[in-house]
Design a protein around this ligand. Structure first.
Ligand code: THU
Length: 131
């Protein structure tokens, strides 16, 4: 899997965003350890608080299809690369604290890479519940 392919999948998924309220379209493509790619876009709602981000759609689709380990996520949004929101960082961290996060713009041109553990230091994870 080439990084460029993952980015293109995120850009394509962004095209499906349902964002009539914010007009902010996001797309994500999550690469599972077994090579599968799960995509997501943000889905807004007239009851605003029920909106879900692109990254979580991708992650929940993946987990519901049996994937549990992930290597990288590409995120495509607006004029420049944007980082995932705090809620998405936490949800992704549950399964892949060392995930590679590839951030890009709506065209997939400008690219920024960070580890999820850098974006979410001292994450609260399953280990914290172990006592
Ligand atoms: N959004 C995402 O899809 N991902 C993020 O990480 C941040 C925000 C969406 C949610 C909402 O539909 C719109 O962007 C504006 O917040």
């Amino acid at each position: 899997m080439r990084e460029r392919d993952l980015i293109e999948e995120a850009v394509k998924a962004r095209g499906n965003a349902y964002a009539p309220y914010s007009n902010f379209q996001g797309g994500a493509a999550l690469l599972a350890a077994d090579g599968r790619i799960f995509t997501g876009c943000n889905v807004e709602n007239a009851s605003y608080g029920l909106t879900i981000c692109a990254e979580r759609v991708a992650l929940f689709k993946a987990v519901s299809e049996g994937a549990r380990e992930f290597k990288a996520i590409a995120i495509a949004c607006g004029a420049g690369p944007c980082a995932p929101c705090g809620a998405c960082r936490q949800v992704l961290s549950e399964f892949a604290p060392d995930l590679l996060v590839i951030m890009t713009d709506a065209q997939g041109k400008e690219i920024r890479r960070e580890k999820l553990s850098t974006l979410l230091p001292l994450a609260f994870g399953p280990g914290e519940l172990a006592g």
